[in-house]
Design a protein around this ligand. Structure first.
Ligand SMILES: Nc1ncnc2c1ncn2[C@@H]1O[C@H](COP(=O)(O)OP(=O)(O)O)[C@@H](O)[C@H]1O
Ligand SMILES: [Mg+2]
Length: 259
């Protein structure tokens, strides 16, 4: 080999090393970005219906995702898989770098600390005040009274409920009750906020106020998955849209509308 070709070979080898290193870093970064991954997930209820049919979906940290589809399309089932109320009948579910498909019951409470969950019907403790409803969630993860006292006003302020802390749920409007439910869901800084038809019981104006709040939380860095029926909301927000029909994925658009 002439000196020239040795040099060429050395340069080539260094280039190759750099390329391999970059490829590795890229792959690593991709993985770091990933929050949730469904790999060929299907869900069949014992009664026999297939509620989700072979879904493969990736959701990155920081995304805002709408989950849409007609009633019975599988939205709530999808959400119950994420919250580990149900386990898929086939396929895999990953959260960050963990395969959570077959998590044992004992591990589920720990996993759920990553999540905040909001339902259409608020699900507040009716006999407790606003402050107690939120503090309850904080106590579950072992926060001390001192911390709760310090953090509660910040959370109330964030969701726009200052001054309402001593009220009981039945003294609040629907929109306010849903804010309490969001406050409770975000009280422990969840990585992922999951909302199943959160505006389903609210009038349009109140729904928009709630969407403003969710946008604000998203801008603060919370990843959000929201199941909804509302064409108006999905068309206006212009976020990623995942659409289900009879349990099948029929659309996944980065900045979709309802169509
Ligand atoms: N607990 C259950 N047992 C049997 N079938 C169910 C159960 N829950 C939902 N299903 C069925 O699974 C399908 C999807 O339902 P669901 O996930 O609630 O849809 P969506 O939230 O989009 O309205 C429907 O056909 C529904 O009837
Ligand atoms: Mg539903």
């Amino acid at each position: 080999m002439s000196p020239f070709s040795v040099k060429t070979f050395v340069i080539f080898k260094i280039d190759l090393q750099i390329l391999i290193k970059e490829a590795y870093n890229n792959e690593h970064l991709e993985k770091e970005k990933l929050m949730l991954e469904l790999k060929e997930v299907s869900m069949r209820y014992p009664a026999g219906n297939v509620a989700l049919d072979n879904l493969s979906i990736e959701i990155d940290k920081g995304e805002f995702v709408f989950l849409i589809g007609a009633s019975g399309a599988g939205k709530s089932t999808f959400i119950k898989l994420l919250t580990k109320e149900l386990s898929p009948t086939s396929g895999q579910l990953w959260f960050e770098d963990k395969n959570i498909t077959k998590y044992h019951k004992r591990r589920i409470p720990h996993y759920r600390r990553n999540l905040g969950i909001v339902f259409q019907d608020y699900r507040l403790l009716e006999k407790e005040t606003v402050a107690e409803n939120i503090a309850f969630a904080m106590r579950i993860v072992g926060k001390k009274n001192r911390e709760i006292k310090r953090e509660l006003p910040l959370i109330l302020n964030l969701v726009g409920l200052n001054g309402k802390e001593k009220k009981f749920p039945d003294q609040l409007s629907g929109g306010e009750q849903q804010r309490v439910s969001i406050a409770r869901a975000i009280a422990n800084n969840p990585k992922l906020l999951i909302c199943d038809e959160p505006t389903g019981n609210l009038d349009p104006a109140t729904s928009w106020e709630l969407m403003d709040l969710l946008s604000k939380l998203h801008n603060h860095g919370t990843t959000i998955i929201m199941a909804t029926h509302s064409k108006d909301i999905v068309n206006t927000m212009q976020k990623r849209v995942i659409e289900l029909e009879d349990g099948k994925l029929i659309r996944d658009e980065k900045q979709g509308g309802y169509a």
